[in-house]
Design a protein around this ligand. Structure first.
Ligand code: HEM
Length: 359
């Protein structure tokens, strides 16, 4: 018996019809997290440093952030966190903690009581030898959805689940992401279309400055993860030869030409070892910021790069008779302006949402 992705207590009379085809049977299983009913929202925070090279400060910056996470009062520490890194399109090395709390109050208390907020507020952009960034995303659960391919391997926010769903009905067809979002039952979740100039790339000097980026209506954020650490040699070979290259192509398109499809920023991050910071975990994720859900849908459904990723996956899964050790997940956040906080200290102008300020 297939389950509806939207939990019963969030279901309302739809004014936006669901797109599930009649008598639909998904081609492969997908699961979501069931959070406690009393949980209203969650926080995903990305807190990191930006450097000219990976060796620049010997790991001192990320060690400082980890200290607040690990040594903050126990009851207020994030429910789940990991260390992630990426070299971005300006060849800057970014290393961050990505952390989750089961509500905004928990995050705010942690930030205060761990001493993090005081330290962050005291950073002087002109004195810092490298960049720092703090992105705090706080969707209500109506504006958040997550889906994963492996029942016993929840990822990210799904680590805060009360239980994992049975097999879902709304997945595996275009538009299913929208059908899984409770807020989309009655709202098209339209955002502000990004009108960046596509002809000239004027830089907007941000190094040596502390810059906050205002929230945008219905900003859409995707974290889409891939974990091939549990694959056996044949499947690993297939993944690395057939899926990984098309994934990189798709992510590079969005990173370098995202404005064509309303994507402010995209990076394919590595999840790294949280002690050694080595990128040897065989786990990656695309973290992308779109001007709205429709833009993300448009790219995934019609751009050749994701068609290749999606089509490649169906061939891959068929070859393995749908018995896969590859784990996939994604998280979608559709944010009201006040559910977003973006702050950058001494970072280059294409970092995260700073890119949306480009003239
Ligand atoms: C949907 C495959 C990477 C964006 C899907 C689905 C599959 C898939 C199978 C259907 C999911 C379902 O509803 O059951 C893959 C594979 C990837 C990958 C194999 C990497 C190896 C990405 C990345 C992004 C992305 C990195 C963007 C950052 C999307 C979106 C949808 C989707 C937005 C939802 C479309 C909709 O429901 O309308 N992908 N994907 N994917 N994927 Fe990917």
């Amino acid at each position: 018996m297939l389950e509806c992705a939207i939990p019963e207590h969030m279901r309302v009379k739809r004014t936006c019809p669901v797109g599930t085809p009649q008598n639909y049977e998904p081609p492969f299983p997908g699961y979501c997290a069931r959070f406690p009913e009393k949980m209203n929202n969650l926080v995903m925070a990305i807190i990191g440093g930006q450097y000219v090279s990976s060796a620049a400060d010997g790991g001192a910056g990320i060690a400082r952030i980890k200290e607040y996470v690990i040594e903050g009062p126990e009851a207020l520490r994030p429910s789940f966190w990991e260390v992630v890194s990426v070299t971005d399109k300006k060849s800057a090395f970014n290393i961050a903690v990505i952390a989750y709390w089961p509500g905004t109050e928990n995050y705010k208390k942690w930030a205060q009581e761990s001493g993090f907020q005081q330290w962050w507020n005291g950073l002087d952009a002109q004195q810092e030898k490298h960049g720092w960034f703090l992105e705090v995303l706080s969707p209500s659960l109506q504006r958040f959805e997550t889906i994963f391919s492996n029942h016993s391997a929840p990822e990210g926010a799904a680590n805060m689940q009360e239980k994992i769903s049975g097999e879902l009905e709304e997945h595996g067809y275009w538009g299913s992401m929208r059908d899984r979002l409770a807020a989309a039952q009655t709202d098209q979740l339209t955002g502000e279309k990004w009108e960046a100039s596509t002809t000239t790339e004027q830089s907007n000097e941000t190094s040596g400055k502390r810059v906050q980026v205002q929230g945008k209506k219905n900003l859409c954020i995707i974290r889409s993860g891939q974990d091939w650490s549990g694959t056996l040699p044949d499947e690993r070979k297939l993944y690395l030869e057939t899926m990984h290259p098309v994934l990189i192509e798709g992510m590079n398109f969005l990173r370098d030409n995202g404005q064509e499809v309303g994507c402010y920023s995209m990076n394919l991050w590595d999840v790294v070892d949280s002690n050694t910071h080595k990128a040897d975990r065989e786990r990656t994720f695309g973290l992308g910021y779109f001007d709205d859900l429709a833009s993300l849908e448009y790219w995934s459904k019609s751009h050749q790069t994701h068609i290749n990723i999606f089509g490649g996956f169906l061939v891959y899964a068929k070859k393995l008779n749908f018995v896969l050790s590859l784990k996939l997940f994604h998280e979608i956040l559709i944010l009201e302006p006040e559910q977003q906080s973006f702050e950058y200290i001494n970072c280059h102008e294409a970092t995260g949402m700073l890119n949306s300020l480009r003239k």
